[in-house]
Design a protein around this ligand. Sequence first.
Ligand code: C2E
Ligand code: MG
Ligand code: MG
Length: 573
Amino acid sequence: MNELNYQLDLLKAMNQKLTEKERMYAKVCESVMDAFLYYSHEKNYIATLGPWKDYFDFEIKDVKDFSRLFDIVDEQYVLPLREVLYLEKTGEDMSSTECQLKERKNWLQFRTKVYYDGSGHPTDKVVSVSDITKFREQNEELTYLAYYDELTGLYNRNYFVRFLGEYVRNASETNNIVSVMIIDMDDFHKINDGLGIVVGDELVQQFAGFLKELCGENVIACHLHTDVFCLAIYAPTENMCAESIYKAIQKRIKEPFKISSGPELRFTVSVGVAEYPEAASTALELINCAEIVVFKSKDMGKNNIQYFNLHARNDFFNAIELENKLKKAVSNQNFVLYYQPQYFAGNRKLRGVEALIRWEDEESHLISPATFIPVAEKNGSIISIGKWVVEESIRQYAAWRKQFGFPFILSINISALQYKRDDFVDSILSVLNKHQVSPSEVELEITESVLIDDFQSVYEKLKVLRDCGIRISLDDFGTGFSSLSYLKKLPIDTLKIDKSFIDTVLTDSATRVITESIINMVKSLGFDSIAEGVENEKQYKYLHSIGCDVIQGYLFNKPLPAEEMASVLSTEG
Ligand code: C2E
Ligand code: MG
Ligand code: MG
């Protein structure tokens, strides 16, 4: 009896333990996200566990019920799912498959683990089911971002460089060419700044959409940054090469791009092309070479295509060297001013002098302003250089004025960037004041380029300067858009006819007609006319005969260092 009681207690205790364990496993199964399918090979018994009901609205009680699962997944996944569910052997790892549901479109992952007895026969199998939709979406997004540019849908820079590397490798094995084209939208910042980045982005997207249409088996495109795109063409042919693509782009951009918020926008592009194997032998170097010639195409007035060659490379590196040297020269003020006299055509008396800058390099060579002023205008150092010119020329003028006792006109060349500064007018007036020079003895030379960018604000400044008595002269007339009709609107006192007219005025009848009409027009508007670059007596006589007021040129003097200019001044008076 005691033995029976003991066995009973033992059973009770074991039963309680089992109930507790069952409860524990049930709770664990409930708390997990995965649903499970348990299959006992030995007893041919199937049970579902965990949140099965959250996944499926049917139960699986028998192997035959697997077909319910096959019914709800997309057809292409039925076979792999069947394999995973009926699996009798798995290795160390679980076997798994991913299926998409037909209706809900969710992605489910089925993972199977088979257990064996000592002799290798399968005993049990557990299939776990997890919803991996979110994970797949994140993964897809990451994969997309790894290859594509989010804004345009073109390849991104990294992937493009890898792809271009493949092109180059193939080309080296098959003796082929790879063209790399950089396409840079001109003046994009004006659209972005003026109409906002939403409009800017849409324009970039639309243009990218057009470039995508040009892509194909041997052409790939990427969005390098902001408004810059890069295309690579493997084994270019006559019909599909940098030139044909450029033509297609030119044709497209003749038509406006319609922005959804209303505006219709047009733009031009500057394009640089470099080719493997001529320019470089790696993807990145090819892109760099194409970039070098894009700069050149911008320098040449934008809206054109330039091809990389050794000249372009040398020009580029020389320009960088020049720029670095110029930065040093600006901080050390290694500049000198030369002065070129201007004479009245009638009596050959001195009218004034034009201050012309030279850069004295480390070997005391004089570098022409034609070489470094454009660089200084591009990198902004023209502001400090210009300040120095104003200060030094006015100081020198004041000294001569004191020494020789008579007034003449000091002409100073001023760049567009200088006019744009808010403090420009005040800074000129304060230097005049400091050296006690009358504003009426100073003439500022501007070129038409000053007016193109920002006519209204430059116009206002010129008016203020003139109201203070300073003279304004329009330099290099005839080289810009030079419309005679707009001359009337300008607050100027003097017009300088460019040397290119003077060079051919005696030999070319068309130039003669234009020069005469310029001088007549200038007279009727009450300005002075100055002929620049007069080199011989014949030119002088002719210019005098048609009424030109002032002559400047090698015929009288080249630009002179200050001491030599002083000896010229000592003979005047
Ligand atoms: P520019 O203002 O039109 O100056 C006239 C240029 O023609 C000067 O060249 C002068 O030396 C040259 N020239 C004058 N007469 C003759 C001639 O009979 N024959 C020939 N072959 N040339 C003649 P330069 O001094 O080399 O200056 C070139 C340009 O650099 C100037 O053209 C001006 O645009 C710019 N520049 C010079 N100094 C300054 C400056 O201080 N500031 C700014 N912003 N630009 C300057
Ligand atoms: Mg000048
Ligand atoms: Mg000039």
